[in-house]
Design a protein around this ligand. Structure first.
Ligand code: DGY
Length: 448
């Protein structure tokens, strides 16, 4: 791989100044979007606490205020249900600028939450926080550990279908990748007739060309109505509901989080938990087999009702490395796909294959590059020895942020910032990973 221009280290004082400025701006964004012990993804578009947003934000806080990083995780678990689910949104209050708010979800949890979950990055984040300062972290880890166990157990029981191992999402929102082409086939089978009238609020914050279509939205709301109608019976929703799709994104993130949880169980001497997590991890080979799409040479989604595979390669396919999976036959094909996807655009990693007719460089999860996914992919690649590729992804992330600012996502073709601006998770990923001041070789002390 040719050397990326940004790896050349002729650092000018100007450049240092710019980095200080961006670091400072990122810290400011975290602080501006803070709301007590949790943080809003961005003001306007997302006025509550979102599950995986918060966890990436915690990594950002850990760079400047470790105690605040822990609080972000602890506050998320105020939204944990008795059945173990950590909800995807914790509302706490009603903000009319967002739809669908707590009344539409109609859950019985207090504080009010949505009725589904989101990719479980929490255990991996908790491990990172703990390792930064085991003394500060020990008591906090002890309190959070049973909650993390309960959430993982919920996934392994409530989001798998009879004897299977791959984790299903029962709503595109649960995957965190709302309008990915990965859901098109399954979503087309959701009958949206009779959906209650509603008014979208997202379009008053962000341009419609960057957001899901109205046809998608009708189905999202119809699925919420279905869940509410079951009294949020998660077993029934997964087993019989109108939408259940095995997702490599959530499956690989959980696999990684299981391994991190096992390490935490070991630290705490939780033998029973270790045994239970081992059983989950034992099934990871069959989860991977289920999701492997031989004709595309990548892991793809798979509709649990029709058994059909996703029609194209999404960036989450490459999270297998992050999950800790390695396979001598599959890895070269995956890497070939990764190089192809990245080679077709200017800024890696596009969320969907740029050579596929459904690619759309601006529309949310149908093409744009996301800093958080880049971070996860690169971390996995680095752990498996693909340092150059990992570094390219990191430098691309850095350049997009340097050029466009802390946007929610970026057009992979020209790096334009899209979606919400001053976005907390992008600022957090900057601080934790993309900023040059994270390089140990780069002698910059972060100015607070
Ligand atoms: C939204 O409202 O667009 C969110 O993605 C749902 O979590």
């Amino acid at each position: 791989m040719p050397e990326h221009p940004a790896t050349r280290t002729t650092e000018s004082p100007d450049k240092h100044e710019r980095i200080y400025k961006l670091d400072r701006r990122a810290i400011q964004i975290l602080r501006e979007n803070e709301y007590g012990d949790y943080t809003l993804p961005t003001r306007g578009l997302y006025p509550y606490q979102w599950n995986w947003d918060s966890m990436f934000v915690s990594l950002g806080f850990a760079e400047i205020d470790l105690d605040r990083g822990w609080k972000e995780v602890e506050s998320l678990f105020e939204g944990q249900w008795l059945n173990g689910m950590a909800a995807h949104i914790v509302f706490r209050r009603d903000d009319p600028s967002y739809f669908p708010g707590p009344k539409v979800w109609g859950t019985t949890h207090y504080p009010a939450t949505s009725g589904l979950s989101q990719p479980p990055v929490a255990a991996s984040v908790v491990r990172d926080l703990y390792e930064r300062d085991p003394i500060l972290g020990h008591e906090r880890l002890k309190k959070l550990f049973p909650r993390l166990m309960a959430w993982h157990r919920w996934f392994h029981t409530m989001r798998v279908v009879s004897g299977g191992a791959a984790i299903a999402v029962t709503h595109p929102w649960e995957s965190g990748r709302d309008n990915s082409p990965d859901w098109d086939e399954a979503l087309a089978n959701v009958d949206a007739t009779g959906v209650s009238p509603y008014e979208r609020r997202d379009l008053s914050h962000v341009d419609a060309s960057m957001r899901p279509t109205n046809a998608d939205y009708d189905r999202y709301i119809k699925l919420v109505e279905y869940g509410r109608g079951t009294g949020w019976d998660h077993a029934q929703i997964t087993r019989e509901g109108p939408f259940a799709v095995a997702d490599p994104g959530i499956t690989f993130i959980l696999m990684r989080a299981d391994r991190d949880l096992l390490a935490l169980a070991n630290i705490l001497g939780e033998k029973g938990a270790e045994y239970e997590i081992d059983k989950w991890l034992w099934k990871r080979g069959s989860a991977a087999d289920y999701l492997w799409n031989e004709s595309l040479g990548a892991y793809t989604t798979r509709n649990m009702r029709t058994r059909l595979y996703g029609e194209g390669v999404s960036s989450v396919a490459f999270l297998s490395f992050y999950a800790g999976l390695s396979d001598p036959e599959r890895d070269p094909r995956l890497l070939e796909n990764l190089e192809r996807l990245c080679g077709a655009v200017k800024y890696s990693v596009p969320s969907f294959d740029p050579e596929h007719p459904k690619f759309d460089s601006k529309r949310y999860w149908r093409g744009p590059t996301w800093a958080i996914i880049n971070y996860l992919i690169a971390r996995g690649l680095k752990e498996h020895g693909y340092e150059d590729l990992a570094q390219k992804i990191r430098l691309d992330t850095r350049q997009m942020i340097e050029h466009a600012g802390f946007f929610e996502y970026f057009d992979p073709c020209d790096g334009t910032g899209s979606g919400g601006k001053d976005f907390t998770w992008t600022a957090a990923i900057w601080l934790a990973w993309a900023s040059p001041s994270v390089d140990t070789s780069f002698p910059v002390t972060r100015l607070l």
